[in-house]
Design a protein around this ligand. Structure first.
Ligand SMILES: [Zn+2]
Length: 238
């Protein structure tokens, strides 16, 4: 593993910040102190279902319709494809993605569209996980698949060998050279994780409050399929 600084690793992510508007119903506005990282695959193999398409979905729609006609709002923190990472939410805000994992975890959606370079995409995701583990002091044992929280078969591409995905991220984290400037002992903040997000996430009082959620009433097994359908509408705008 080639040693890199935290700043160099951050630059490799090609991050774009495109936060969901604060007034949108899939913004919970509730603070969390994330102690886990939850990994998802989008379950959308349609050409063009990249990070940009998912960013438009969460900021313009952000829900899918249940059979009852009720809108089920969803959100997550980052989407990764083979070219970029898009950030949708502050990491210390509760997203709606994994039932009882919502109150304690950062959510990453990893793309899997037909025209995605999957190995490049997965490496980019591992680099993002390494940065988050480093900045927020999250151990490798707390990088978990969506299935950990709800038994859903997600992330579909990574479940069979999830430990290898985590080991790769951990190796990248371990190779970060501790030469970056720090602010009062905290990692130098960046757009990936801002100073206020780091402070909020590492606040002991906030961490004590953070507990896994009670599973919501509606946590349909087919969540990702419905999101995939909704995202299709945005692909044509590329
Ligand atoms: Zn998932």
């Amino acid at each position: 593993m080639v040693n890199v600084t935290r700043a160099e690793l951050g630059a490799m992510l090609n991050l774009r910040v495109d936060l969901i508007p604060a007034t949108h119903p899939n913004r919970s506005g509730r603070n969390i102190a994330p102690r886990y990282i939850t990994i998802h695959n989008t379950a959308n193999s349609n050409p063009g279902a990249n990070a940009a398409a998912h960013a438009r979905f969460v900021r313009n729609t952000g829900y899918y319709l249940l059979a009852s006609g009720k809108k089920n709002y969803v959100s997550w923190h980052y989407t990764v494809d083979d070219k970029e990472v898009i950030k949708h939410l502050p990491v210390n805000e509760r997203a709606i993605h994994a039932g009882r994992g919502n109150g304690v975890s950062i959510a990453i959606e990893i793309c899997m569209h037909a025209d995605n370079d999957q190995s490049a995409c997965d490496l980019r995701a591992q680099r993002l996980v390494a940065v988050l583990m480093h900045d927020l002091k999250i151990p490798a044992s707390h990088v978990v698949p969506h299935k950990h929280w709800t038994n859903k078969n997600c992330p579909t591409l990574l479940l069979d060998n999830f430990s290898a995905f985590v080991a790769g991220a951990e190796a990248i984290r371990a190779a970060i050279m501790e030469v970056d400037p720090t602010i009062e002992g905290l990692p130098m903040p960046s757009d990936i994780v801002t100073e206020s997000e780091i402070r909020a996430s590492l606040d002991p009082a906030q961490q004590k409050e953070a507990q896994p959620d009670i599973p919501p009433e509606d946590d349909p097994e087919r969540e990702h399929e419905w999101i995939a359908k909704a995202v299709e509408a945005f692909i044509s705008e590329e």
